[in-house]
Design a protein around this ligand. Structure first.
Ligand SMILES: *Cc1c(COP(=O)(O)O)cnc(C)c1O
Length: 388
């Protein structure tokens, strides 16, 4: 079933002002999300923050059920966390590593995750190893299998879709290999949540980290963590009065995923993220995946016809992230030029790809489409890139 583009654009009033092709950076929230967030902030101002949270209990619970439904999890496997990086770090930081344990990752891994791995190598003696790419440019599954067979792999940490390139890593097949080898699979689904129809069982991941503001169209400062019940994780690196109970001289940590939450949070943000998840499910994630894929394919095709433009996306399957270089113009300049003309894109820089071989460019223009974008908007982008 298709998407009623007119209806979703009507619920995204900013499309009258800007051509927003920075959905991988931070998308535009639809009206119901904005209303939920602003409504709760106003309620807090009127009756008090704790009182407002009590009154909004059902909406807060709706976050857990809504997000769980979206990714095929159970509500008790979901935690609210303020960003994907924090969510990922909390899960990774709770793995009970022993010195010498191996961690496998991919060349396209997000730099914040890479920093966390290098920090664990320094402080906890784990050995981090980057598995190479296959001919298409995604994680090489045969190489991964060989490394898993060598033994000692505690964690495989991979992004589903990187931030700086339109490639898609074969998450389901990585998940299957990890299960067979008994390694924990940490999936960074920051760009795929809200863009693709995800299911944690099908993906085979033990942990999934995501952010609110990107394809999910939620508020900034929000994200979530999925932790499979029974996943082999130790205690969270941080505990507080909501994640643990004080008992005599010691404490007991909650068993569900909320052990990764902190007591203090933006309740408005949490409610807004729950509404955003429900909104995505209502629009239809399969239809979203299909429309984003076809718009991005269209953009790649049209851009590659422009003289001096090189589309840089790799991989056999592609995401809604379209990256390209323009001969004779820095990505920064193209970004500024487009911005002045009312087209939002962003710049992917070399530090987004810390473990990648030299790909021949230091930066790329990143145009990331969403289901509320149109072919006409893509044409506007292409026309401006020609004029640059
Ligand atoms: C944006 C992004 C992150 C980090 O998300 P934050 O919410 O900013 O912490 C991690 N991984 C990928 C692939 C991303 O695109």
């Amino acid at each position: 079933m298709g998407i009623d583009v007119g209806a979703v654009r009507a619920e995204t009033p900013a499309v009258a002002e800007v051509v927003h092709l920075n959905n991988a950076g931070s998308s535009l929230s639809p009206v119901p999300v904005v209303d939920a967030v602003v409504g709760h902030v106003r309620l807090e101002a009127r009756i008090g923050g704790y009182e407002a949270a009590e009154r909004a209990e059902a909406a807060v619970e709706g976050f857990y059920t809504g997000v769980a439904r979206m990714v095929g999890a159970r509500p008790e496997e979901i935690a609210f966390v303020e960003s994907a990086t924090r969510a990922w770090e909390l899960a990774f930081g709770s793995v009970a590593f022993e010195a010498g344990d191996r961690v496998l990752t991919t060349t396209s891994e997000y730099p914040s995750n890479a920093l966390g791995m290098v920090k664990a190598a320094r402080e906890r003696g784990v050995r981090v190893q980057v598995v190479g790419d296959d001919a298409s440019g995604v994680m090489d599954l045969e190489a991964l299998e060989r490394e898993l067979d060598r033994g000692g792999v505690r964690v495989v940490a991979v992004n589903h879709m990187p931030t700086h390139n339109g490639l898609v890593n074969p998450a389901e097949r990585i998940g299957a290999l990890c299960r067979r080898a008994g390694a924990l699979f940490l999936l960074d689904a920051c760009q795929s949540v809200g863009q693709w129809d995800l299911d944690v069982e099908r993906l085979g991941c033990d942990v999934l980290a995501a952010t609110g503001r990107k394809y999910l169209r939620g508020p900034r400062g929000t994200g979530f963590l999925y932790v499979r019940s029974g996943a082999d994780l130790g205690e969270p690196p941080v505990v507080d009065v909501s994640s643990a109970h004080w008992e005599g001289q010691g404490y007991r940590v909650r068993e569900d995923a909320r052990r990764f939450e902190s007591f203090e949070r933006s309740v408005a943000g949490q409610i807004g993220l729950g509404v955003a998840a429900g909104y995505a499910v209502d629009v239809g994630l399969a239809a979203i995946q299909e429309r984003v894929g076809s718009l991005a394919g269209y953009a790649r095709e049209r851009l590659s016809q422009v003289d001096g433009v090189r589309v840089l996306d790799r991989g056999a399957r592609r995401s809604g992230i379209v990256t390209f270089a323009v001969e004779g113009a820095s990505a920064e300049r193209v970004h500024a030029f487009l911005g002045r003309a009312g087209v939002n894109v962003s710049v992917a820089r070399v530090w987004n790809q810390v473990w990648e071989r030299d790909v021949g460019v230091d930066e790329a223009v990143r145009a990331s489409v969403h289901y509320f974008n149109t072919e006409e908007e893509v044409e506007t982008l292409v026309r401006l890139v020609k004029e640059r």
